[in-house]
Design a protein around this ligand. Sequence first.
Ligand code: SF4
Length: 169
Amino acid sequence: MTDQADIAAWRRGAAHADCAACFKSARAQIADVVRTKRPICLASGACCKFDEYGHRMYLSGLEAAFVVARIDAARAARAANPLRILEVDDAKSRGDCPYLRAGMCGEHEERPLGCRIFFCDKGADGLGADWQSELYEATHRDIIALHEQLGVPYRYLEWREALAMFART
Ligand code: SF4
């Protein structure tokens, strides 16, 4: 399939009620675990400055379509434009996320699952050192199943690559 065909399929899937229900459930599951583990957010922006901290954030094509649609709707409600490809390119040049604003997430309400799970505060792992990985893998298994249930192609995309794909179409 071409990128265009995949994006069209993901957008159709993202509009399905089962998709919203799945992400609502995953967000609630993550919030519950984070409430229990109580990691500290140092507001360092470490999770969003990918090059500086040597990590990347990935998500499925369906999640990207769901999140981008929700962020675009939130931005429209604030009379802000959807993300432009130039902003994604600028973020890649800086090595961070295009939604990062003054060290904080500018789209906190609708951020991807990976952003909700990742904390740089490894010292808060009182109930098991791998809780972030385990939580990520568990929720991602549900997302893969959602791709299958909705019959949309599965691809695992780096966040800014996904944003660039959607900003171009
Ligand atoms: S969406 Fe928000 S939390 Fe996620 S990487 Fe971008 S700025 Fe950070």
